[in-house]
Design a protein around this ligand. Sequence first.
Ligand code: 26W
Length: 819
Amino acid sequence: LALATVNSPPASVDGFVREFLRELNFGQGVSLQGSTVNDQYLALARTVRHYLMARWSETLRRQRETQAKGVAYLSAEYLLGRQLGNALLATDLTDIVGEGLAQCGIDLADLRAQEVEPGLGNGGLGRLAACFIDSLATMSVPCIGYGIRYEYGIFRQTFVEGRQVEQPDSWLALGAPWEFPHPENARLISFGGSVETTTDEAGVERRRWIPAWDVNAVPYNYMVPGYQNGRVNTLRLWRAQATDAFDLKIFNSGDYEEAVRAQTFAENISKVLYPEDSTPQGKELRLQQQYFFVAASIGDFLDQQLPEDFDLTKLPERIIFQLNDTHPVIGVPELMRVLVDERGLEWDAAWAITQKCFAYTCHTLLPEALEVWSVDLLGKLLPRHLEIIYRINDDFLAEVRERFGDDELRIRRMSIIAEHPERSVRMAYLATVAGSKVNGVAALHSQLLRDKVLPDFDEFYPGKFTNVTNGITPRRFLRLANPALSELITDAIGVGWLTDLERLRGLESYAEDEEFRERFRDVKAANKRRLDAVLRERDGFTVHDDHLLDVMVKRLHEYKRQSLKLLHIVTTYDRIISGEVAAADVTPRTFIFGAKAAPGYKMAKEIIHLINAVGSVVNADPRVEDRLKVIFPPNYNVTLAEKVIPAADLSEQISLAGKEASGTGNMKFALNGALTIGTDDGANVEIRELVGNDNFFLFGMLEPQVEELQTRGYVPSSFYEADAGLRRAIDLISSGAFSGGDRSVFEPVVSNLLYEDRFMVLADYAAYIEAQARVDAAYSDVEGWTRSAILNVARSGFFSSDRSMRDYIERIWGTPPSI
Ligand code: 26W
């Protein structure tokens, strides 16, 4: 029996050193003297894994025993960030490991810096999934995360003459110490072919899918440790591998090249993350990816996680499949296919189960981001699934007819199948019809989802729509990213806040404490120096510690309005060089941008070029007297976020109202004591309500005003004509001042703003400039600013992803915490 349990190595410095050297010598195959930093990092990661192993196997054992209801989080993206620091925090081994490594002559920080983060996501949606699984593990909720083990994650961004150039992200190249591959548990995933009617033993006619080709889905398991609670959940990512049939071809056909091509074709499925953010690229490979991971995950759950004699009508008591946006929605017809075609259930029984087993989270409002798949493509790749979707739609529309009569307009509006511009499946509609609940990701977003995107469905399904405001894990984004602030907090309010973030309220009274304010400022200054050191080494940038640090980090998208931020910078610069203000009277500011553009998104790439161009000119102009600095470190990712956010004074959240579903960066900044300048959009609304108007710089049109202006007819050039400051800023860009006199370089950006401006940058310009003046005034009051910053921290407890998880449990999942 003793052999059945996994034992942890001793949690002592000696115990750790022994274990570490064993991994270095026998795992990595090197002596301490002969080891590289990478050897040491890999050995350390494996050693830390040992300490999590007993908890992991105990978690799995308890799950088998209790069969408690759990969550299967289905997400095409997980933007995890580095693992080592988080694993050390979860096991409380940071000090022991630091000391043990020091005895070996190694600096823990050097090994942490060696880790390449798994960037298996694009932005907000992928990072949210990572925060959620962290919170569920910490709250002891049974959860398995399912996704894709991309061989190449989000591209590495470089700049060549200020323009974005993408490089492959070979995150696996130096070893992957956190993963546990299980090729023996591979599952066969089929594609293509046709559907036949057959008669079963009972003489009943059944549809049967005869696929044309298949690939293996190989599971790779990753530990998801809870914070010092003895629990380790699982993240299971699937890798595509060619089946033996492909190998056989190599021998049989004699056409070696063709056989290898076929193998490459199959394995391409998990080769690379699609770097598009917010515009669905209707690519066949993308649909293959989606079906690949969802079919593997649902099959895995039914075959591996349930007892053999399980009564499938009880499935909703065991699992909820949470759909992270529409990417996994093909799971709906897949579960129907498995239940009806493979397990022999009647359609209605299967549908009753399916409707209880899925819930859908929508992460957008942009119409172009709502996924549709053409019926042609679906029919070619997944013919049986297409049939099932048609049947779901027929049944659904029959219900609509029953309620509303032959209201053909309504039927056409609500049909899961769109007829124009080509016949296609609206995945968000399918998810809404199939899901037990549909949620948006912030209060405003959920409201707009009901009112603007899916109003017919809201009317048809009372009670189906709900909100769960996003959250962020305080373990990574406060404790790990900002140890200095964490220590200050603990000194003030004691321990316990890290798993009960509302306790930060206890800091409110400290906002009035002069000595605390000074310590708080010291922390901010230290974080700026830390960022300075990182950026110097990484890109050669400096961060002045006497500058207001003004930060805009997020994907580059027109709706997020990096160009509005740019117009503010250009206006400030113009005021200096035109002599309107003395440089000495300008609040010294360093502007930091971080943003990747989808490789095919032209305008976004032009804006990146313009940011870099403005930066080069402003930074080098002696008239500015170093009071403005624009820095744009390439390849913004989770690792860099952890250094940038704790140093920030001002958080830029300036999307056009009604366009940003939630935002989560906004929460990270507030929690780390930055003040927000922001529109009334996404979760900004809730941030402002909580931190208070006095501690937030609100500006810009509200969503109804945006709507109104749109209907009235928006003419951006009229704002240009009417505002001298705006005119000067735009004219300065057009003049070639940032492009060596060449007026053509930024012409596309300028004419887009003047004649199109889909996201109303020019309409909000004046309000933004005015709000930035309020920022300058507030910043000059050092004590007042610090007070506001502390109140931002104290009042951000709501934005813990632990709270988001409690809301999901209560409103959607009904999964009680396990033991
Ligand atoms: C298929 C193409 C595609 C790819 C990504 C369509 C849509 C997306 C996502 C919806 C983009 C995304 O990441 N959305 C963001 O989700 C975050 C987490 O909920 C929110 O905080 C952001 O506001 C939202 O833009």
